[in-house]
Design a protein around this ligand. Structure first.
Ligand SMILES: Nc1ncnc2c1ncn2[C@@H]1O[C@H](COP(=O)(O)OP(=O)(O)O)[C@@H](O)[C@H]1O
Ligand SMILES: [Mg+2]
Length: 489
């Protein structure tokens, strides 16, 4: 390989046909005189455009029938021409530099073109572990050079993560891998499971309980997840009424009075609430507004007046405190019910975190725009993060996540996307340049993921995600017995 050109943070390298280089590989440009190395990553490959190459290619074309005769090539130039024709230009981005063997995040020096040596760099050279990292590894999968990629689970601590990619590329799979890794390192996890995909985490592929079965706690609204009004605090219920059920402000104030009167009488039940609204002295419009919301709450069947039937999220979280997951199965729930459940759970989490009953929680949210109200997004990435809610958003519609969230993201897991429009929002993430994301993501193979951010020391990596021995559950129901395989998954 030969160093050819440098423009800003982009370096172009000429690679010859006998050299094996893939997109995503890391190379070191070694400047032996100064002891400085530049670490670059191949993000694209082109043909080397040498003057006259087009003429040469056209001249070589010998039609469909080869012409009889002997090629006279006394100086053996054909081989050299072929060599030049097949030379490739590697478009590389500077990721770091090393000075006397120490990694420095930026690279500013310009290596000499005449004597700089270029060699491949293995992943392990880049992801050097700090001392005391033993026992904190999680295996994500393997890299192109077939070495295992182990990352430090602590890079997920306090972090905001996004997993995104086209439908069916393995987003939920990565989320499951992260969930199980966090659990096995003793972390508590809460999952908003939109499609009932995570409920099988406690079972292996054959449906038998696995090592995590005692640590996965599935809560299905109405079946084993009901709450009493007593458990739902007034501010959480008001959030539900105002945000999920759109109760106007004046009626909300009246509701607060009704609540306090019930609380004083010690009769905080759904039954009594209905009676109180009926008999409350107020404007008829307000009463109607309150009644319609009351019936929505009643019909959601998420509330119970019997404390014995109610679920204690506190107790469930206590059990998960030293490693465990609470899966909120939102499958088959109406939009309103999802909102109610999510408001309640988030309210509870903040309460437990502020009272220090819970140290921190890892929250996994699939397609969060379907149940998370607009104002919660910022709240989750700023205020709640401060309390200790560390969120991973999973989506196949990257534009549903706002730009300011991409800017604050610590770790990004990007799977294949073909459409440029889908890649645009992701490429605004502060952790990497747009060119890298666009160029690598469109060529990712199934189960391969571009990992960016803290987990990989800010060295973008292409990883083949390892398989898991758990029930996948995410399969789409089909009409015909056999699925037609598309070219891309
Ligand atoms: N790295 C992987 N190894 C093995 N199977 C995988 C991997 N990634 C995804 N799969 C399988 O591919 C299918 C689709 O993955 P899934 O995570 O549900 O996709 P998505 O959430 O992006 O729609 C699932 O059956 C899953 O088990
Ligand atoms: Mg999925």
């Amino acid at each position: 390989m030969r160093l050819y050109k440098k423009e800003g943070a982009t370096v172009q390298i000429i690679s010859f046909p006998n050299e094996q280089v893939r997109k995503g590989d890391y190379l070191a440009i070694e400047d032996s005189k100064h002891g400085d190395n530049l670490i670059v990553q191949v993000i694209d490959m082109e043909y080397a455009n040498i003057p006259g190459i087009l003429e040469e290619l056209l001249r070589n074309y010998d039609g469909d029938s080869s012409i009889a005769g002997e090629d006279v090539d006394p100086f053996d130039v054909a081989a050299h021409i072929r060599y030049i024709q097949d030379a490739r230009l590697l478009i590389c981005k500077i990721r770091a530099s090393t000075h006397n063997g120490k990694l420095i995040p930026a690279g500013s020096h310009l290596p000499a073109r005449s004597y700089a040596r270029i060699r491949s760099v293995s992943v392990n050279e880049l992801l050097t572990r700090p001392d005391g990292a033993e026992g904190y590894e999680i295996r994500l999968g393997e890299t192109a050079e077939k070495t295992h990629l182990d990352v430090d689970v602590r890079a997920l601590d306090g972090a905001l993560n996004i997993i995104t990619g086209k439908k069916g590329t393995g987003k939920s799979h990565i989320a499951k891998l992260l969930v199980l890794s966090l659990i096995s390192h003793g972390a508590p996890v809460v999952i908003f499971d939109l499609n009932g995909e995570y409920i099988g985490l406690g079972q292996d592929t054959e449906g038998k309980p696995n090592e995590f079965s005692s640590k996965i706690h599935v809560l299905t609204p109405r079946q084993n997840f009901k709450v009493t009004l007593e458990q739902v605090k007034i501010h959480v219920l008001l959030n539900i009424l105002v945000n999920a059920l759109h109760l106007p402000g004046t009626s909300a104030r009246e509701f607060r009075r009704i609540w306090h009167s019930l609380e004083q009488n010690g009769t905080l039940t759904m039954g009594e609430l209905g009676e109180a609204i009926k008999n409350w002295r107020c404007n008829q419009h307000v009463r109607d507004a309150l009644f319609s919301r009351y019936y929505t709450l009643l019909n959601s069947r998420l509330f119970t007046d019997n404390p014995a039937l109610a679920t204690s999220l506190e107790n469930a979280l206590d059990r998960a405190r030293s490693g465990g997951a609470i899966v909120l199965n939102l499958r088959n729930e109406s939009t309103t019910n999802r909102h109610i459940v999510v408001e309640y759970v988030l309210g509870k989490l903040v309460e437990l975190l502020t009272t220090r009953r819970l140290r921190a929680i890892f929250l996994f949210a699939e397609e969060a725009h379907l149940y998370l109200r607009e104002t919660y997004w910022d709240d989750i990435v700023t205020r709640m993060r401060h309390f200790g809610v560390f969120t991973t958003f999973i989506t196949n519609q990257p534009d549903t996540i706002r730009e300011n969230i991409y800017r604050q993201v610590d770790n990004l897991f990007v799977l294949n996307f073909t459409n440029e429009h889908d890649i645009d929002p992701i490429s605004r993430a502060a952790r990497v340049d747009a060119h890298t994301v666009k160029s690598i993501v469109r060529d990712l193979l199934p189960h391969h993921c571009l990992v960016l951010g803290k987990v990989v020391n800010d060295f973008p990596m292409i990883v083949k995600i390892k398989s898991l021995d758990v029930q996948a559950m995410g399969q789409t129901r089909l009409f015909f017995p056999v699925r037609i395989c598309a070219l891309t998954p």
